[in-house]
Design a protein around this ligand. Structure first.
Ligand code: F6P
Length: 329
């Protein structure tokens, strides 16, 4: 392996820069040249790149966002787009590619692998929804950012004796909402995986909290829930007459300096990605399992299913009275 490429794709996540730094520094250490592809698959199609060396990634692990930019490319879904991406790899003499992102990124890597390009995927998304890995880069920072905002909200909700409905990110998954809900001592958490019975899962926990002396309430809603935070707030207002306010945390959760966990995980995964390429491996996704770094065939990784952390769900239920809640299969 003489020259490798690295790119970030899909929704950005804190820690992506730390992966880039680790890939570059590991490559330099192993005597390999490194090229950064800008704007994900879009850049691969259009030959948009920059050369990266030891110094160009200095101080990068503490920076949020991604220095290589990120994008979601429709063109890469077409055969013509894929042909152009392959042509770029050939023109630049890229012997291996490291792609950082989520499921969509890995599906793109799978296409390239089938066409003979050596590829390794690194899970980077604040959603923590990559099935082959118990952890995805960016999740910890996003949770901490959300928790910080929710703690601030709590102060004002307490002063005005209101009910706060906070929407956190997670288009398809409730991991972030559940974790943040536990950390913030939420009155209830509403997630897409749950078959929601408003009266039982939401209104009753609020009533119980009021009977136990609470005068303000914190409800966490995952973005992927039908109707989102506004619908949940309407239901609460109608059923309880509480003064209810909606806050959508949105993209603020994707920014900021990565936490220690994200920097360190990113550094390990970046290293592992280069190591695998040097060993001649391809079509693999890095994962974390019980504190160990492992790798899976992309096909297998994409076919795996990740369920909610049931232990956290049970604890949350015990503390809020949601223990009878049913999860979707
Ligand atoms: O996948 C990460 C994520 O932040 C989701 O939680 C969210 O639904 C989506 O990306 C938002 O994407 P965009 O940045 O395109 O609005």
């Amino acid at each position: 392996v003489k020259r490798i490429g690295v790119f970030t794709s899909g929704g950005d996540a804190p820690g992506m820069n730390a992966v880039i730094r680790s890939v570059v520094r590991t490559a330099v250490h192993m005597g390999i040249e490194c090229i950064g592809i800008r704007r994900g698959y879009h850049g691969l199609i259009n030959g948009d790149f920059t050369t990266l060396d030891f110094n160009s990634v200095s101080g990068l692990s503490r920076r949020g966002g991604t220095m290589l930019y990120s994008a979601r490319s429709k063109e890469f879904m077409t055969e013509a787009g894929q042909d152009r991406a392959i042509a770029t790899c050939k023109l630049l003499g890229i012997d291996g590619l490291v792609g950082v992102g989520g499921d969509g990124t890995f599906r793109g890597l799978q296409v390239l692998a089938r066409r003979g390009i050596a590829v390794i995927g690194v899970p980077g998304t604040i959603d923590n929804d990559i099935s082959c890995s118990s952890y995805t880069i960016g999740y910890d920072t996003a949770c901490n950012t959300a928790i910080d905002s929710i703690d601030r909200l709590r102060d004002t909700m307490q002063s005005h004796e209101r009910c706060s409905v906070v929407e956190v990110m997670g288009r398809h998954a409730g991991h972030l909402a559940l974790y943040v809900g536990v950390a913030c001592g939420a009155t209830a958490v509403v997630i897409p995986e749950q078959e929601l019975d408003y009266e039982h899962d939401l209104i009753e926990p609020i009533r119980r909290a009021r009977i136990n002396g609470r005068t303000h309430f914190m409800v966490i809603v995952a973005e992927g829930v039908k109707g989102g935070a506004y619908e949940v707030a309407n239901q609460i207002r109608e059923a309880t007459a509480l003064d209810t306010r909606v806050t959508i945390l949105g993209h603020v959760q994707r920014g900021g300096a990565p936490s220690a966990r994200d920097r360190v995980t990113a550094t390990h995964m970046g290293y592992e990605a280069v190591r695998l390429l040097v060993e001649g491996k391809s079509g693999r996704v890095i994962g974390q399992q019980e504190d160990r770094y492992v790798d899976f065939d992309i096909e297998e990784a994409l076919s795996m299913k990740k369920s909610l952390d049931l232990q956290t769900y049970t604890v949350m239920g015990a503390l809020t009275g949601m223990e009878q809640v049913k999860l979707r299969q």
